[in-house]
Ligand binder design. Structure first.
Ligand SMILES: Nc1ncnc2c1ncn2[C@@H]1O[C@H](COP(=O)(O)OP(=O)(O)OP(=O)(O)O)[C@@H](O)[C@H]1O
Ligand SMILES: [Mg+2]
Length: 233
């Protein structure tokens, strides 16, 4: 990193299952040229114009080969030891973000890979040092009480969808310093607390979305089509 970059931003997206988190993320990813997605459910890899990668070594290779000025949305579908792969994923994401301004990192199901305390290893580095490098970091979780607290402390933006349990609504209201009745109780409705601008807005997700433009799926090497590594144009 040599030149001064615009500060990055961290988002925490929380909400019950099927509340609208991934749909929100799809809408917001459109604005990013480079994005690396921890796609533990293999949902993102189904989208057109998204590279699918299933091995750490190919992820490394693809991020190194990615040329500036072209859109790279890379869905990494992990398998096996999730925690080890997550650490590798975060290291690669950090290095990619260090090289290119405004690199986005999306982590689905944060609670699978982070404990309810301090963020582990490379994920902690992404959260603590990514903003300085202009990274856009998005952590997605059902219940923030179950995932790391570093992200809550560092997030400039808290996007909160429906919470079904009263205890979860109370927990989040306390973290956000808002009244419990401001936490949504309906699917596809969310609040956005912007800690930089000190604003709180209610909004909703509507369909159809614009995320998936016409295009083809692309599997990169270790992905489903198992073809050998290719040189990227
Ligand atoms: N393209 C679409 N068109 C219509 N409905 C959709 C579309 N994408 C998602 N939905 C619906 O919107 C709701 C929210 O889906 P979404 O995948 O965003 O949930 P989520 O909060 O990420 O849930 P989970 O925690 O289970 O991943 C679901 O009922 C889903 O079926
Ligand atoms: Mg989801």
């Amino acid at each position: 990193m040599t030149t001064r970059r615009e500060d990055g931003q961290i988002y925490l997206i929380a909400g019950a299952t099927r509340s609208g988190k991934t749909a929100w993320m799809r809408r917001n990813l459109l604005q990013h040229e480079r994005a690396l997605i921890w796609d533990v459910e293999g949902e993102w890899s189904q989208l057109p114009n998204t590279y699918t990668v299933t091995s750490v070594s190919y992820l490394q290779e693809l991020t190194q080969a990615a040329t500036p000025g072209k859109q790279y949305h890379i869905a990494f579908v992990p398998g096996g030891n999730l925690k080890k792969q997550f650490d590798d994923f975060c290291r690669i994401a950090f290095n990619w973000g260090n090289k290119h301004d405004k690199t986005a990192v999306v982590v689905e199901e944060l609670a699978d890979v982070t404990p309810p305390g301090k963020a582990p290893d490379a994920w902690g580095i992404v959260l603590r040092r990514g903003c300085k490098r202009g990274m856009r970091v998005y952590g997605i979780t059902n219940r923030p009480a179950e995932s790391d607290k570093t992200i809550i402390a560092q997030a400039a933006h808290l996007i909160v969808f429906e919470q079904r349990r009263a205890l979860d609504r109370e927990y989040i209201a306390k973290e956000l310093q808002i009244a419990v009745d401001q936490i949504p109780t309906k699917q596809l409705i969310y609040i956005h607390k912007n800690n930089l601008e000190r604003t709180l807005k209610v909004d909703s997700i509507t369909f159809p979305q614009e995320y998936a433009p016409p295009g083809v799926r692309r599997d990169y090497a270790g992905g489903a089509c198992k073809r050998p590594p290719v040189v990227l144009e």
